[in-house]
Design a protein. Structure first.
Length: 166
């Protein structure tokens, strides 16, 4: 399941990269067209308007190029990311207890959906847990009972159990 989510995110990232490349090519084409129009223009105000438009397109092109440079391959492999996530989920208290303030803030952001609710008169209220902790917690919130003294095995004749199995 995690691998599928990782692959889907990589696919979205590559689509985004392709869109940025197309956008840059389109901006370059528009700039070239405006440069051709400047050469043909004789009115100073028209040339000035074209120059302003070219400057705006150049800024958009630079921004798109920066986004393209930042996007691409993920910083870590799937295996590294999965290992770090499982280490965190296995014992967030250990990270909380042995870390600095910035990591403690990260633990809070990963463990809770929103900031911890606080009431002046009653103190901390019930927090909203993030999905992994909610899923892990559901197994612990169920009502538990001890096994009956007779156990799971079928009753044998003469065991004192009133049930009979055909």
């Amino acid at each position: 399941m995690f691998q599928d989510a990782w692959d889907a995110r990589l696919a979205r990232s590559s689509e985004s990269t392709n869109e940025l490349k197309k956008n840059i090519l389109q901006l370059e084409k528009q700039i070239d067209q405006l440069l051709d129009r400047i050469v043909e223009a004789s009115n100073g105000s028209v040339v000035s308007a074209y120059e302003k438009r070219i400057a705006k397109l150049e800024r958009e092109k630079v921004l798109a190029a920066e986004k393209l440079a930042q996007s691409g391959k993920p910083r870590h492999t799937f295996e590294e990311s999965f290992e770090h996530a499982m280490r965190f989920l296995s014992n967030p208290w250990k990270i909380w207890n042995n870390s600095d303030v910035s990591l403690k803030k990260t633990v809070l952001r990963l463990a809770f959906i929103e900031p911890l609710p606080y009431c002046r008169n009653q103190g901390l209220r019930t927090p909203k847990l993030s999905l992994p902790f909610k899923a892990l917690g559901d197994g612990f919130n169920q009502k538990r009972e001890m096994v009956r003294p007779a156990g799971f095995e079928p009753a044998t004749p003469g065991s004192g159990n009133q049930c009979s199995i055909p």
